[in-house]
Design a binder for this molecule. Structure first.
Ligand SMILES: Cc1ncc(COP(=O)(O)O)c(C=O)c1O
Length: 443
């Protein structure tokens, strides 16, 4: 039978059928209100009816190079024509080239990679590797963190998305971050490190395999650690024989103005987890990178881990083409340059709008925290909740054609790294008008 040619759907049809037959993540299904998306190019995406959105969140902080890049599309098509799939026991050219390329750009002596389907699986395999390599069981993780939705990564996750999955994999010990919420502010690096060291001693350092942490915390607040913190974590891990795992699933691949965010502090972790920007989400791919010393442990010992789609040729080809785009178009430099402009625009918002309680950014990784009382810094929505004001802001952005993530009392400013200054200003003009609505809530 010939393949049927289908009539393109309207936005309403897409929504109705998607809601009828598919489950939307992290949502009560009666509450979901998806935007129908038909196509995308550069920093924009479009509904079937042609409404244009500025993608100010790079979808899920992942389309770092921007939408519809012909070079990546061609590379995927070329690979598809030659070899769409080979099983993980085979060696393929895209697998070989991608391993070597990542070894060249990863921090320090991180040299060996295990490929997965995404970020959660990268973290799963990192903790598996850490346990096998150290013979220890416990994993330290932080409360203000998200590490993915698979069984183990969900337990590493510190934020409320973990609660519904408990009790899960045992052995994860959560520690506090340097940041304690907008009302309570930051610890110094020294205070925070002292707390971690006390926990290491109380848990028994000889029982702890690894400490996993986002180099810059993503969905839990774009929290840029104080100088000295990451160096201090590295020193504590060295002191107690604990492996340091940086989760760069969101912060990696130019988002902060460096290939990897941990480079800002000149620290080399033992393992680094990545996904999202690795292929800019054109094809799903994650990876855990490890130092040679860890990989060498599996020369004679079996690595007990595997995935049918490990080292998937199509995904590896997409990653190689994506990495080339970062380099050809100098996107990491652009993230640094546009990051300076975005910082100024965020500062202007903070000066002008009483509802802005804090605005943090590093490169093109940004977030605004909104408050209803500037002196007391009372958040405009509670921890793990929303409010009519935040819902109204979200609606305003959507009506005005600005897509971004609105979560609790925060919203994100994470555009594709190919954004121009004029496009940044266009987006911030919408945000500026939106904040007039939240300013009305300020006491
Ligand atoms: C820091 C971090 N780690 C892990 C993940 C999970 O990645 P994935 O959704 O690809 O499994 C995410 C996803 O947002 C993330 O932000």
């Amino acid at each position: 039978m010939a393949t049927e040619t289908l009539k393109a759907m309207t936005g309403e049809e897409m929504i109705a059928l998607s809601k009828q037959h598919t489950l939307f993540e992290w949502s009560a299904q009666s509450k979901v209100d998806p935007i129908p998306v038909a196509r995308a190019k550069g920093i924009y995406f479009y509904t079937p009816e042609g409404k244009r959105f500025i993608d100010f969140n790079s979808q899920l902080m992942c389309v770092n190079i921007g939408h519809g890049d012909e070079r990546v599309i061609r590379a995927i098509q070329d690979q598809l024509a030659v070899l769409p799939y080979a099983n993980p026991f085979m060696a393929t050219e895209p697998r070989a080239r991608l391993g070597a390329k990542l070894a060249a750009i990863a921090p320090g002596d991180i040299d060996v990679f295990f490929f997965t389907n995404g970020g959660a699986e990268a973290n799963e395999n990192a903790i598996k590797l850490a346990r096998l390599a150290t013979g220890r069981h416990k994993i330290l993780a932080r409360y203000r963190s998200y590490h993915g939705a698979t069984a183990g990564s969900m337990m590493l996750t510190g934020d409320p998305r973990r609660w519904a999955a408990e009790p899960g994999m045992p052995g994860v010990v959560h520690v506090l971050d340097p940041y304690h919420g907008i009302e309570r502010g930051w610890d110094t690096a020294e205070q925070s490190l002292a707390m971690i060291e006390e926990i290491i001693q109380l848990e028994g350092s000889h029982t702890i395999a690894a400490f996993i942490l986002e180099s810059v915390t993503g969905t839990n607040g774009v929290l840029v650690p104080p100088d000295g913190y990451m160096q201090g974590v590295r020193a504590l891990c060295d002191k107690y024989g604990i492996l340091m795992i940086c989760d760069e699933v969101m912060a990696g691949f130019g988002r902060t103005g460096e290939w990897f965010a941990i480079n800002h502090w000149n620290v080399v972790p033992d393992m680094i987890c990545m996904a999202k920007g690795l292929t800019s989400a054109y094809v799903q791919l994650g990876a855990v990178g490890m130092r040679r010393t860890i990989a060498d442990q599996f020369k004679d010992k079996v690595f007990y881990g595997g995935l049918t789609y490990n080292s998937h040729p199509l995904a590896c080809a997409a990653a190689l083409a994506t990495l080339q785009v970062y380099e050809e178009d100098k996107l990491i430099e652009n993230a640094r340059k546009m990051g300076v402009v975005m910082r100024q625009l965020l500062d202007e918002l903070a000066r002008k709008h009483p509802s802005v309680g804090a605005a943090r950014s590093i490169g093109l990784f940004g977030l605004v925290e909104l408050v209803r009382d500037r002196a007391k810094k009372t958040p405009l929505a509670p921890f793990n909740g929303t409010s009519p004001e935040m819902a109204a802001l979200s609606k305003f952005f959507r009506d005005e054609g600005l897509y971004t993530f609105v979560r609790w009392n925060t919203f994100f400013t994470n555009p594709p790294l190919c954004i121009t200054e004029a496009q940044l200003r266009e987006a911030f003009a919408i945000i500026d008008r939106g904040l007039e609505t939240t300013d009305r809530a300020v006491a």
